[in-house]
Ligand binder design. Structure first.
Ligand code: WAQ
Ligand code: MG
Length: 279
């Protein structure tokens, strides 16, 4: 599902080809409101579509004037993976949240240049998909930089979802938002070319973000941005020299389903998290 609204973008000063500033006439552009995807059995489709429509119609980012639902029959047998282990860090300000995210990403092997670039890109207008940048030089690789890369064809088996719910309930974080983010981050980190992910919600009310990597799992950062802030996004950090077509092919097209869950943890300090990598 994808929901959007059309707005008149404000007149803006742009550099013309001879490098003089000129005022561009306002034009119509589309703002992304919300999106969702999953792999489901035929018998579940009706209920899922109802849920998606409800979500698109009641969203904190605004009123959608276009909702697009796509349903595809997936013939390929899904690959099965284990979900990333979940842990939460304690923090109180967005500055501190940003620092913690940076620390985790550095520990996963991402350069400072790439991390700074990621935060800078996330602060811009929200995209539908994720930015893909190289871990060392922070070079952007997505062919469509307005849309980004949209992870799709991802799901969880019924029994794994039950188990995940039980785990998350222990820490009172068993919400659809958290579950969906864990499923997405687990598929992303199961891609060999991806080293880590940074996620900040674009919902103005949702201030918890995360850093995910195979080394340190899914680490929740409760105050990664301030309430009321509509900018958010995802950045996937990939190895230098990857073929971006393989990365996009896996993330957008390969059906992947979670069938195993790690036991989740409650709150840990950054030193505890960095002290016990999973690999
Ligand atoms: N593929 C790629 N990028 C995506 C996708 C996708 N399927 N879905 C969302 N994004 C990007 C897009 O740029 C959005 O603007 C941005 O991520 C944020 O999406 O444990 O709600 O759906 O409590 O707003 C994290 C949960 C919630 C943390 C993240 O993201 C926790 C969230 P949102
Ligand atoms: Mg959102």
């Amino acid at each position: 599902m994808r929901a959007a609204k059309t707005v008149k973008s404000q007149k803006s000063k742009v550099k013309s080809s001879n490098l003089k500033l000129k005022t561009q006439n306002s034009k119509m552009s589309e703002i992304h409101i919300s999106g969702a995807e999953g792999l489901y059995k035929k018998s579940e489709i009706q209920a899922v579509v109802n849920k998606y429509i409800k979500r698109a119609l009641n969203h904190s980012r605004g009123k959608a004037d276009k909702i697009v639902i796509t349903i595809e029959d997936i013939k390929q047998q899904p690959e099965t993976i284990t979900a990333l282990p979940v842990v939460t860090i304690e923090n109180t300000t967005s500055q501190e949240g940003g620092k913690i995210a940076g620390h985790l990403l550095r520990a996963a092997g991402i350069s400072k240049i790439a991390i700074d670039k990621a935060f800078e890109l996330i602060k811009r207008d929200s995209m539908r998909g994720a930015v893909v940048i190289t871990a060392e030089h922070g070079r952007r690789l997505e062919p469509d930089k307005e849309r980004g890369v949209r992870v799709s064809r991802l799901g969880i088996t019924r029994s794994a979802r039950k188990q995940l719910s039980i785990e998350l309930m222990r820490y009172r974080i068993n919400t659809e938002t958290v579950q969906e983010a864990i499923i997405l981050a687990s598929k992303v980190s199961s891609c060999n070319h991806v080293i880590a992910e940074l996620c900040i919600s674009d919902d103005p009310d949702y201030t918890t973000g995360y850093v995910a990597s195979r080394d340190f799992g899914y680490t929740r950062i409760p105050h990664i941005k301030n309430k009321g802030n509509k900018s958010g996004g995802r950045v996937f950090f990939v190895k230098e020299g990857v073929d971006i077509r393989n990365v996009i092919g896996y993330l957008e097209k390969k059906p992947v389903v979670i069938n195993k869950i790690f036991s989740c943890k409650g709150i840990e300090s950054i030193d505890e998290i960095l002290g016990h990598p999973y690999l």
